[in-house]
Structure formats: C-alpha cells, structure tokens
Write a protein that binds this ligand. Structure first.
Ligand SMILES: Nc1ncnc2c1ncn2[C@@H]1O[C@H](COP(=O)(O)OP(=O)(O)OP(=O)(O)O)[C@@H](O)[C@H]1O
Ligand SMILES: [Mg+2]
Length: 267
C-alpha cells in the first residue's frame, strides 16, 4: 500500500459513547494505523460492542472526537458516507428469513456500495464477489442456499459480504462466537489473507486463540474504559470455554478468562 500521507484508519480522542444520555464507554483514546490487526477483548457487558458501534456512528457519541479514514463521525456525520471503504460484521448476526438465497447472492449484496449509478454487476464486481467467497473458504458452497449452512459457515458468508466491497478496514464483532472449530480455523486463514492485502482489522472476540498469530495489538475494555492497550499477551490467548485457570474467581464470568483482569497500562 503506498500512502504518502498515512493517516490513522481509526482515531478516537476523549470519546464517550452511550445510549440516550447515559455513557457506557468512557473517555476512550484509541488510534489504529493502517495494517494493524487489533483484538478488542473484555468481559460481557464491558462495552466492546458499544465502542465499535460508536466508532461507526451507530451509537451516540456523547463527548470527544471520532475519525474514520480521516473523516469525522458523529451526530452530523453519521456513517453513511463510508460506503464501500469500511466493512462491518455485527455481533450475533446469522442469516434469517424464509426467502431462499445462495451464498453468492448474499455476498453480492455487499457489493452494492461499489456499483455505479446504473447499479448492475460488471465483470470486476462478480470477480470481487468470487474472491470474497474464496477468502472465507466457502467456494464449494457458493451456490448453495445459505439457510442450509452451519452457523459458522453463515458467519463466514456474512464476513464475505463485508469483504465484497473490498473495504480498507474490516470491523468484526465476535466473528467466532458459537462457531465450530473448522470455521474458526477458516476465519484465521481469511484474516491472514486480509492482512497480506493490507486491510486494517478490528476484531472483537472472546477467542483470540486461532487469531493469535496475526493479531498485532490487544485492547482490553473493562467497564467501558480501555484498561490495556498493547501487545497480545500469552495470558490473553485462553481457550474459548476456559479449560483452565478456574482458580481465578470472578462472579461476572471472568473466572474462565484470566485476561479479563489485565495489568493496567502495560503498553
Ligand atoms: N441499545 C442499548 N440501549 C441501552 N443500553 C445498552 C444498549 N446496548 C447495550 N447497552 C448497555 O451497554 C453496556 C455495554 O454493552 P455492550 O453490548 O457494548 O457490551 P459488550 O462488551 O459488547 O458485551 P458482550 O461481550 O456481551 O457482547 C451494557 O450495560 C448494556 O446493557
Ligand atoms: Mg458485544
């Protein structure tokens, strides 16, 4: 990637985010540079999704400044402008509905922001859709009804949908939650490929495990604040269902995830 004036992909400065007027995320400073792969970790309810929604302009920014790809996000900026340059895979999203659609059709819908005014798919658009499907290892399933796929495969199809617009930054909220082992490995391979393409990634996850090799930085959210921002530590790469470290007691659920109690300021 040749960018003569590198600007942060994501920049939050003194940001509080909330719902109505109640702040859930407090006083966050976070700058993500092009090509970084950031894992956002933290206990349930700590504010990870709110943070992500805020930086996309989908939750209310109460104080501070948010910039995405050098442009302000906020009350006036909402987020529609980002169009194709940002991919977002929301949390707990699988495919519902009764209308049959193939993986290729679903992924093609992610290409819409790139289509010209006429609005139909050209050769390059079809190629981008095919590449996105391949990137998540779903090529053999491309023409299968998405409702027939496993939950993990559906999640991957939604990631491919986000990739179809060839975004510069991809934000995924718990892409591996409740996903089978094979899909977790496939996701890790996809992420590695995206890294090679220079895509910036922000991944909210409870399961760093398969992604440990590609994550360049960890951000831990504790009660709406960034409690740690620095290199991924071994203690953060626990098993998803916490096969170990039961001796750390945390009624909120952190007992199985020792990294939920980070050392503050370990940068
Ligand atoms: N739409 C909403 N309106 C009001 N409060 C909300 C809304 N969404 C989330 N909250 C509150 O904000 C806090 C943080 O929630 P959030 O979903 O950001 O946490 P999280 O870290 O993503 O949790 P999880 O790991 O379970 O996904 C919680 O107290 C939650 O109840
Ligand atoms: Mg969440």
């Amino acid at each position: 990637m040749t960018d003569p004036t590198p600007e942060p992909v994501i920049a939050l400065r003194g940001v509080s985010i909330g719902y109505t007027d109640r702040a859930v995320v407090h006083d966050v400073d976070l700058v993500v540079q092009r090509g970084e792969v950031v894992a956002v970790l933290g206990a349930n309810g700590s504010g990870k999704t709110t943070l992500v929604r805020g930086l996309l302009g989908l939750a209310r920014i109460l104080t501070g400044e948010v910039e995405l790809l050098g442009r302000p996000v906020g009350a006036r900026g909402r987020s529609r402008w980002h169009g194709a340059r940002i991919g977002y895979v929301p949390q707990r999203h699988t495919v519902g509905g009764t209308v049959a659609s193939t993986v290729r059709e679903v992924v093609s819908s992610g290409r819409l922001p790139r289509l010209g005014r006429v609005g139909w798919m050209r050769e390059a658009d079809r190629a981008a859709v095919t590449a996105a499907i391949d990137a998540v290892d779903l090529t053999p399933w491309a023409d299968v009804d998405i409702a027939d796929l496993s939950g993990g495969q559906q999640r991957r199809a939604l990631i491919a949908r986000a990739l179809a617009s060839e975004p510069e930054v991809l934000i995924m909220d718990e892409p591996t939650a409740g996903v089978d082992q094979a899909s977790q490995q496939a996701l890790a391979r996809s992420v590695a490929r995206l890294v090679e393409l220079g895509v910036t990634l922000l991944i909210v996850t409870h399961e760093v495990g398969p992604l440990a090799g590609v994550v360049t930085r960890a951000v831990v959210v504790t009660e709406g604040r960034i409690a740690y921002d620095g290199p991924l530590k071994d203690s953060m790469i626990g098993a998803p269902d916490g096969a170990h470290d039961h001796h750390v007691h945390d009624p909120a659920g952190g007992a199985r995830r020792p990294w939920l109690r980070p050392t503050i300021g370990g940068r």
